[in-house]
Structure formats: C-alpha cells, structure tokens
Design a protein. Sequence first.
Length: 517
Amino acid sequence: MSKLAVLDIGTNSIHMVLAELEPDFSYKIVDRYKDITRLGDGTFKAHRLPDASMRRGLEVIKTQVTLARNKGYKRIKAIATSAVREAKNGGDFLKAVSRETGLTVRVVTGQEEARLIYLGVRHSMELPAEPVLIVDVGGGSVELVAGNRETMLQGLSLKLGAIRLKDLYLHRDPPTKAMLEVLQQTIEADITAAMQRLKVKEFGQLIGTSGMACNLAEIIHLRRTDKPLPQLNLATVSRKEIEEVEELIREASVKERLAIPGLDPKRMDTLLPAAMVLRTLMKQLGQDKLTISEKAIREGVIYDFIQRHQEGIRAEQEIPNVRRRNVLYLAQRCQYPQAHSQHVARLAVQLFDQTAALHRLGEREREWLEYAALLHDIGYLINPRQHHKHAYYLITQSNLDGLTAEENELIANIARYHRRALPGVKHDPFEALSLKNRRIVQKLSALLRIADGLDRSQFSVVQRVKVRLGNPVRMTLETTSDSELEIWAAQSRADLFERVFRRGLEFCVRSYQGESA
C-alpha cells in the first residue's frame, strides 16, 4: 500500500492528512490532524511572520511530521500559502522547518493554489458541463476558480483572506460601524475588479471550500434544525442564512460569540470578514445558494501527486520492497538493458547460493550482489567506453532510498568491477573501504564477473548454473544453444574468483531441458 502525507501550512491553520493510495489510483484518508496556529496573525501589517507565530508553527509542524513518520509515512509533501509567501522572513521560517524536520516545503503561488483547490473539488463532487465558480476563503487570500467537469478555466487570487482583513481593518472587537464600512468598501471593490477579470460571466453553481465556509455551514445547520450537520460535503446554505449569521456576530461581544452554537472558538474574530466576503460575492454573482465542498487544496495535492506518479505508484504495488524498487527506478532511468541485466542478476544469485561454503556471506550481501548485477551496465547511458566506471559514478550520485550510504558505495564498487581491472588499493574508492568491505566487494565482484560473462551474447543462452565445490570448482551450464562465446567470456573473467577463493574453475555444458511439468 502506497502512503502519502500532505502537510498544508496555511495562514490560519496547519493541516496534515494521511492518505493510502490504492492500485486503481484512488485514495482513502486514514487520519487528519489540524491545529489553528494563526501563523498569519500580524503578518500582513508588518510583512513579517512574528517570532511567536513562527515558534508555534514550527512546534506544530514537528509534532505532525513525527506522527506521520511514526505511522510509517516516509513520503510527506509540504506546501505553504500566502502568509509564508508574502512574509519577508518566510525563507527563515522554511529554513527552520527544514533544519528541524528535514522537509522541503513548496511555497505555492495564488495561481497554483487555485489549481490544487480545483483538483480537490473536482474529485469530491460531480461538476456539471457548464462553468461553476469555486471560492476558497483562506486566512491570507481568497481563491476564485472557474471550471467545469473537464477542466479549470481560470484562477484568481484576491488579498481578501479573513486574517488579513481582520488585521488590516478590524482594530477593535467588536468592530465599530466605521471599520465595517471601510471593510465592506474594500471587499466590494476587490470583488468587482475580480468579476471584470473573469472571462466567464455566468455560473450555474457557486461552491465554497475552506474551514471558514464549513464553519458557517455548521452554524447555519444548527440554527435551521437544532441538529449537528451530518455531512459537510454537498451541504448547502443560502445567502439569506449567511446574512443572518453575519448580523448575529457583527456586534456581538467575545462572550456572546462564544455562546453561538457551532461557532469554532478559534474563528470567533475571523468568521465575520469571511462571511462578508461570501455574502458580497454571492450578491454580485446573483447567486442565492452556496454548496459546500469539504475537499480543497490538501486533497488537490494528493490528486496532483497521483496524476504525476502513476507509474511509480503502480511500481510500489508491484514491488513493495523500497530498496529493490529504487534500484529498478535507477536502472530504468538509465535505460539499462533490461533482459540482460535481469538475467545476469538471476545467474549471479544462483552462483551466490551455491558457493555459500566458500564466501560465507549472508542475505544482505546476496541482495547487494543482485542490485549490483541489475545496475552493472547503466554506465552505457554516459558512454560505452569505461561504462563500468560510469556505472560506479551513477550509483554513487543517485539517491537510492532505503539503502545506506555505505550500501550505496558497496553496490557501486561491485558493479564497477564487473569487467576489466580487478579491485585493488590503487583505486581510491576501493581503498577507502574498510578491510571487511573490501573483502565483500572482491567476493561479490568475482561472482558478478562470471555471471556477466555467462550472458556475453545477451540472449540468455545459459539458463542455469549447477556448481560443484572442489578444486577446481566445476560449473555445469544448462544451455539452450551454442555457448562457446559465453564459456570464453566467463573463463576470461575467472581470474578474480580463482584469486579470492584460491581454487581453479572449469566449465562444462549440458542441454537445458526446461521446467518439468
């Protein structure tokens, strides 16, 4: 089962979702974590993230990342939006996140936010053929996304986020009438300008996303029915109902707001500007109904990842071993000769298993030999000449997740000595290995050299090898056709085997009869 964690570092809150990706490229959310950190409080006045907000945000991120990793989520995609994007010290915050967690956070533009929100909404409800408008009221910005069931048509990002408006215009709580008038004028002006920029002028439906819209829907449903909202997705609220909640909280004291059923206490000072934005937008569009989507940017990141990594997700289902999978990824990226490399790997493992009494190595070393065999010819990507050296370079410069740096170096050395010069201290990479690891490289390279020679024609002429230990060691080759070239190549590469194991080596042939029924 492929796993993906998405960390959304927003202006108002920090969310993380843990998803399992299915073989059919669907997904299921197995857990959610959310903390309303108010990272953007004070940011839009000073254009800086306050130190206290950064400390609070960093602690939440560290906790959520630790939870994800403890649950086996190694792949974490992290994004940050307007508060980090607009702060002069946003880079310092991201540097601290990287230092404390190892995460690289992607700061998305308003346009990219709109695209991801569209992806999340499109996959959470059936969109019609005619255009709809999606509105996401965040803490720092409001995204307007025009689209239909086929595609996103246009995305706009407005600086009308609820925390931004509260910080810039509502300097008292409750706010004065003058403050609200200025705020209303600002919202109307920005939305009017946005309507003029929209290429589509008529929308069959208005869809609201984000925690602000969802909390409004929860309050309205409680007022309407005296019961909690059973499902956020596809719930609907009217413009009149939004106006009523706006009026209810406009002049309410903090204590009175906290007493409103369903109101999230952490949104008590930001829900008013959010409601004003939604009400003004609905009025200008002539829309009387808002449909709620509980899926937005985080789910959009999951769908975006699935679309971009279908081949890799399929490989994860087929090859659950992360070490083997990443070795094969590297081999495929380097356009390795698949049939030859995989056949050499099979022969090398056969030799390893049947010479255990000589080399006295274990399962982990067997795995290294197989991986080196799969990668031994990737150097052809750079140049056929010296391709064994190029293979060493490509392996050591690749990030093979699941393998330690020491294992990377060992596999690279084994692959490097599949031909030409024997491992020796005149080669700096080999000399840098510990004495124990040098011996491992010598033994495994000795087996790889023979296995590679036994497929010299690259037609899998030698199907199996039967080894009889003695002095000399006898290798009986089960072949499908003439194997003189393979025997010649294997004999020419027997020098390291004979030196390391201090035994001669001879080959004989018998016809391969195939698998018995």
